[in-house]
Design a protein around this ligand. Structure first.
Ligand code: SF4
Length: 383
């Protein structure tokens, strides 16, 4: 593959298993808050796209000799793929990569398009499903212009379990229009009754160019203060129900952290294939452009940066509850963190924003709410 990237290969990483991300940029309908690259495809577009994915998977297979221990089919809406298309994708992956026996194979699924899909996905080896529930309140689902009800989400989880897919992750959204602590409590408690193994919780961000963005002030959003309360309430409720808050937006029962997502935060390497998919491979970060036409033409990914530097290491480790372990920083970069770093950390500790001990620093739940500003302050005191 003619990628003329800077030679920044990390020797250690070359021996590790990789993650593989496949992007499916198709959606039946555009949700009111969504700014991702996705669109409603024609039958022909789906066919051509799967062919292009298989071609690209083959190219990567020739270039890469490392085993894959995590496959993540994300989107968009992967559950819009038909049986033959998913089969082609999985055949191509298994023909071109060495897959570890314990590989975590996740598919994102929307409750409105999951029924038949789950049957063939489970047969093809999918062992984890990530379900975009977003809310258990049907009025909120309508506001978001989701195409499913909470009943559909419940039925999808039952169907997945009956097919032997027992590792279930769900997405929940906070800070929704007209929401309150009470509506959130109802939503989360209803979702917890479905016993998911993993929960991702995202605060609604109103992006320009989306239908919500166009509504501006007429959207009855909770205040920043109310959104903070919703987040802290959610953290508390999930922790009380046995979910470990292992990353700013992610919670898991013991043993069910997302292997795929952990690769991002632990600076491990992965290959992402599809328009807008990002990769971190042989020390370099790069991405495919946001264009189906470019991808169908076989355009190469675009170099972004050399990855895994001090700044990135600090930023990503601080997203995790395990935090930034000082010895790991020293082992990786051959030096200690600066005195300025610790001065800043102590100030943040006084304000209840970080936990600081002799061997590591991590964000408190309150700190996670303002993670960007804390992480910038800490990085600024290092570089
Ligand atoms: S299903 Fe997901 S990717 Fe598709 S429009 Fe909705 S939020 Fe965006």
């Amino acid at each position: 593959m003619p990628l003329q990237f800077q030679a920044a290969a990390l020797e250690k990483s070359l021996t590790n298993s990789l993650g593989l991300y496949i992007h499916i940029p198709f959606c039946e309908n555009k949700c009111n808050y969504c700014s991702f690259y996705s669109f409603k495809p024609s039958g022909l577009q789906k066919e051509k796209y799967v062919q292009a994915l298989c071609t690209e998977i083959k190219k990567w297979g020739v270039r890469n000799a490392r085993p894959i221990n995590s496959i993540y089919i994300g989107g968009g809406t992967p559950s819009l793929l038909e049986e033959k298309q998913l089969e082609s994708l999985f055949s191509s992956i298994s023909e071109n990569f060495e897959i570890t026996d314990d590989c975590e194979i996740t598919c994102e699924v929307n409750p409105n398009s999951a029924n038949d899909f789950l049957e063939y996905a489970s047969r093809l080896g999918v062992n984890r499903v990530s379900l975009g529930i977003q809310s258990a309140n049907d009025n909120e689902l309508k506001t978001l212009s989701r195409l499913h009800t909470f009943y559909d989400a419940k039925a999808t989880i039952s169907r997945a379990k009956s097919l032997g897919i027992l590792n279930i992750s769900v997405d929940i959204m906070l800070g929704l229009p007209d929401s309150s602590l009470k509506s959130l409590e109802n939503s989360v408690k209803s979702i917890l009754r479905l016993n998911p193994n993993h929960v991702s919780a995202y605060i609604l961000k109103v992006e320009e160019g989306t239908p919500f963005g166009k509504l501006g002030d007429s959207l009855n959003l909770p205040s920043d203060d109310e959104v903070c309360k919703q987040y802290l309430f959610l953290c508390d409720l999930l922790e009380k129900n046995g979910y470990n808050h292992y990353e700013i937006s992610n919670f898991a029962l013991d043993g069910f952290e997302s292997r795929h997502n952990n690769k991002y935060w632990l600076c491990e390497e992965y290959i992402g294939i599809g328009p807008s998919a990002h990769s971190f491979y042989e020390g370099n970060r790069f991405y495919y452009s946001n264009s189906l036409a470019d991808f169908l033409e076989g355009k190469e990914p675009v170099f972004d940066s050399v990855g895994g530097d001090e700044e990135e290491f600090i930023m990503l480790r601080l997203r995790l509850a395990r935090g930034l372990v000082f010895k790991e920083f020293k082992d990786t970069f051959g030096k200690d963190l600066s005195e300025d770093f610790f001065k800043t950390a102590k100030l943040l500790q006084k304000n209840g924003l970080v936990n600081l001990s002799d061997n590591k620093i991590s964000l408190t739940n309150k700190g996670m709410l303002v993670s960007n500003s804390i992480i910038s302050k800490l990085i600024y005191s290092v570089v």
